[in-house]
Design a binder for this molecule. Sequence first.
Ligand code: PMT
Length: 367
Amino acid sequence: MDAPNGSQDTEQTLDSQVKAFFDSAPPLQNRNDIIQKLNHFIQLNSLSSENGIGKRIVCVTSGGTTAPLEQRCVRYVDNFSSGHRGATSTEYLFLHLLLFLFLSMKLFLGYLFGDLLEGNEYNVADCVECRYFLKAGYAVIFLYRRGSFQPFCRSLPDDPLLDCFEATEGLNIQVGEAYSKAVKTAIVDHHAAVNSGLLLKLPFSTIFEYLQMLQIISKPMKDIGPRAMFFLAAAVSDFYVPWKDMVEHKIQSGSHILDVKLVQVPKMLSVLRKDWAPVAFCISFKLETDSNILIKKARGALEKYNMHAVVANELSTRKEQVVVVTIDDKITVQRDKSKADDDVENPLIKLLSQRHSAYIEDSKRMR
Ligand code: PMT
């Protein structure tokens, strides 16, 4: 998914590439609706606050973008990403908040009743965890590829509608017993996150939709300063056919060679950091299949695009471990293998939200 070497653009070239990209992109159909939803979401989460300060808001990007080959698209170039990373990370961004509430209650009861409540003893470790989890509560803008993994639905089978439900009498259907717990948890947790205004889901398919939406999201995120975070796990196309160069109708088979000229997609990471949301805390990802070059490439991206952290992952081990590369650190983060249902995203989100907290504190001191 990397662009070839020798493409180190000057700032001016990048600006003109960015302009060319957006000028050529077909306008978003529901642009006004997205802007309205976003503004409402950010306003809501800026009001509900601890100490009069708004919540932290993260934009999680998830899944792969497509680059269409025809305007009336039948064929497209796709990017590998199931959306598992983004969906799982989103869950942990909430889970840490829920766990905090649980631990707070436990701590409070323990403090009030001491050893009267068996097993509810005051525990210093819990207290530390509590403070940490309080800080981990995020509102999430989930920018995802249509049809990719969704938060709270990971424990459902591939085809939940057909596998989880069964027909009963008349027009009625019911959840099969084997899936009743998983379906109920998915529905309850998902609706709780959306209805409480903590989760906004925005779908994309093409590179044109993705980058226009990222730009739209950046505008109100810029206004909330260092409280904003970008967690850019989506696999973004490096090449595309500009809309004006694209054939309208389905490309006909028949000739042995398909001759399509793809142009490099400008790396929007620099534009995001420099212009769109310069104060937001930005995390990008680096995926490689060769572990020997992974860290070098991640460090290169960190410096080139001025990221706060780059999460380096290797294709075959991406669910077991990742390496978080920052300007002065290289931290290996692993899934807890002793727990069957633990995910690498659990310690990853914990680490990144701690780093984000430190960044917010530093920003306050520098004001
Ligand atoms: O979804 P899963 O199946 O769970 O897999 C997760 C993942 C492996 C896809 C994920 O962890 C990951 O590594 N995502 C980034 C993959 C990728 O596209 O890498 P890249 O080297 O092409 O891009 C690096 C960064 O640049 C990305 O953060 C991307 O958002 C950004 N980018 C890329 C191209 C472009 N034109 N503009 C960009 O801003």
